[in-house]
Write a protein that binds this ligand. Structure first.
Ligand SMILES: *[C@@H]1O[C@H](CO)[C@@H](O)[C@H](O)[C@H]1NC(C)=O
Ligand SMILES: *[C@@H]1O[C@H](CO)[C@@H](O)[C@H](O)[C@H]1NC(C)=O
Ligand SMILES: *[C@@H]1O[C@H](CO)[C@@H](O)[C@H](O)[C@H]1NC(C)=O
Ligand SMILES: *[C@@H]1O[C@H](CO)[C@@H](O)[C@H](O)[C@H]1NC(C)=O
Length: 459
């Protein structure tokens, strides 16, 4: 057996062949996925019958099946949704009168219904002055998880470094505001969602009504015309956390209603990092321009942004997907599927299945953590047992998990100081025989998949 041990969390059988397809292929696939079939964004004047690209146009589906993401006006029937999630009726059934009710609840929390709830909660934090053509505005969702600003003014001249530790590492411009009317009620909350990666409250609570128009160049050292997206990132070294950034960026694009990739992505940070980790290639799915740092790119300048979006954040309360409680027994969220398809299509990733001989070795990868918590306590035993497995190696990605919870025993001697009550932050011992039984199932599954692929291709 070809066996590798990687320092990380959990255990997975993975070996993925990705190839970056050439530009033309990417463009074709993009066209396919994002214009014809899978994208239902409206350009106000155009209306695509098949995709109900114009809002409110999803009804009357007698000719062709109309499809929509689900949050558009007139797209209320689950049959027209991009994908209807699936729930079984056994788990947590008693909270719902019908299975439809349960599906609907899951759709609101973990599917495109979530996009709808963000859109529906938008309200003006700074109201535009309708008698002025170049007025500013700031429109935010509930708890300031997402905002959209027009003619935004950010003064970054002589910033004094904040040494106030209670402020965390919040980077605060000298002035942030617009030529609009601030509704202070929307900015004075009790702080329960003030946490760094949960909202934009820290950054926007000092938003000011300005007496001048930030669209006029005499007030701006730089005028940024390209649509800008501000982001605050979770840990970029960790795939789970960093993809929560990308996922929320994708949701943000839905809330705004555009897949435009000629955007300016600006991290709300004081200075440039040395690196953005190993998943940096993923940015290309969202922007054709380099990722910038607010404090570094516009240092000591008065910057006027024509249009800017404050992206949904990776650790919002009841946000997606960090520590989100979900209804048990529901799965197949269309939003997650769409995210996955979007990223794969944008990056031109093609999975090549080249293995045709199911007798060839299967590769198993065990991800292992070198931390105090979340360890496999008897990892050595598990590895010893794995090494006795006859020749295996693997292509493709398949996820498997415990089938019998009695075979995983939690033994944490000292609870995590911060996350003691979270089962994720504890240590576990695996029943070695059960572990090997699952590995065997995975190997059988892979062999079968290779065989099927071979037969399909008549080789
Ligand atoms: C801004 O918020 C208001 C609700 O206060 C909403 O009616 C309006 O459509 C929003 N505008 C934009 C551009 O999102
Ligand atoms: C809107 O702009 C007009 C014209 O400049 C000005 O007279 C008025 O006071 C402004 N309204 C508000 C609410 O700022
Ligand atoms: C937001 O949507 C508009 C179209 O409604 C688009 O022109 C703009 O580029 C989008 N902004 C961003 C940052 O993607
Ligand atoms: C399949 O792989 C096995 C093990 O590597 C090898 O012995 C066998 O000859 C291969 N069969 C074919 C048809 O290539």
């Amino acid at each position: 057996m070809n066996f590798r041990r990687v320092n990380f969390f959990g255990w997975v059988f993975v070996s993925l062949t990705i190839n970056f397809a050439d530009k033309q292929q990417i463009r074709n696939r993009k066209t396919e996925n994002n214009i014809k079939g899978d994208s239902f964004f409206s350009g106000i004047d155009q209306s695509d019958e098949q995709t109900c690209e114009k809002y409110g146009n999803c009804q009357d589906s007698d000719v062709r099946p109309h499809k929509c993401w689900g949050y558009e006006l007139g797209c209320t029937s689950p049959d027209k949704w991009f994908r209807k999630p699936h729930c079984d009726d056994t788990k947590a059934g008693r909270y719902f009168r019908t299975i439809e009710e349960k599906v609907n609840q899951f759709w609101k929390e973990a599917d495109f219904g979530y996009v709808k709830s963000v859109k529906d909660s938008l309200q003006f934090v700074c109201r535009p002055n309708s008698s002025q053509a170049e007025t500013s505005s700031l429109n935010c969702s509930k708890e300031l998880t997402y905002c959209k600003a027009q003619n935004l003014y950010v003064d970054l001249r002589d910033i004094v470094k904040s040494h106030d530790r209670s402020q965390g590492n919040v980077f605060t411009p000298k002035v942030i505001g617009g030529n609009c009317d601030v509704d202070s009620n929307t900015l004075t909350e009790d702080g329960k969602y003030r946490m760094e990666l949960s909202s934009w409250l820290n950054e926007l609570e000092d938003f000011t009504s300005l007496s001048f128009q930030p669209s006029q160049s005499k007030h701006c050292d730089v005028v940024v015309k390209k649509p800008t997206i501000f982001m605050k990132l979770d840990a970029v070294v960790n795939m789970y956390h960093h993809f929560c950034d990308f996922f929320n960026l994708y949701v943000t694009m839905h809330v705004n209603g555009s897949f435009n990739t000629d955007v300016n992505i600006v991290l709300w940070e004081e200075s440039q990092r040395r690196s953005l980790g190993n998943f940096g290639a993923t940015w290309k799915a969202f922007s054709s321009n380099p990722v910038l740092y607010l404090g570094a790119e516009y240092k000591d300048k008065r910057v006027c942004f024509k249009t800017a979006i404050f992206s949904l954040l990776p650790r919002m309360a009841f946000g997606l997907y960090y520590n989100t409680p979900l209804i048990p027994g529901c799965f197949k969220s269309g939003l997650f599927k769409a995210f996955s398809e979007y990223v794969i299509a944008q990056l031109g990733i093609v999975q090549k299945k080249t293995l045709l001989n199911s007798s060839e070795p299967i590769r198993v990868t065990l991800l292992s953590r070198g931390t105090k918590y979340r360890k496999i306590l008897n990892e050595d035993e598990v590895i010893y047992a794995l090494q006795t497995f006859p020749e295996i190696q693997l292509r493709g990605v398949s996820y498997m998990t415990w089938q019998n919870e009695d075979k995983v025993v939690e033994k944490t001697e000292e609870l995590h100081p911060r996350y003691g009550d979270n089962p994720k932050f504890r240590n576990y011992a695996f029943d070695v025989r059960e572990f090997m039984r699952l590995v065997e199932l995975a190997v059988i599954k892979v062999r079968r998949s290779i065989e099927e692929h071979r037969k399909e291709h008549n080789r």
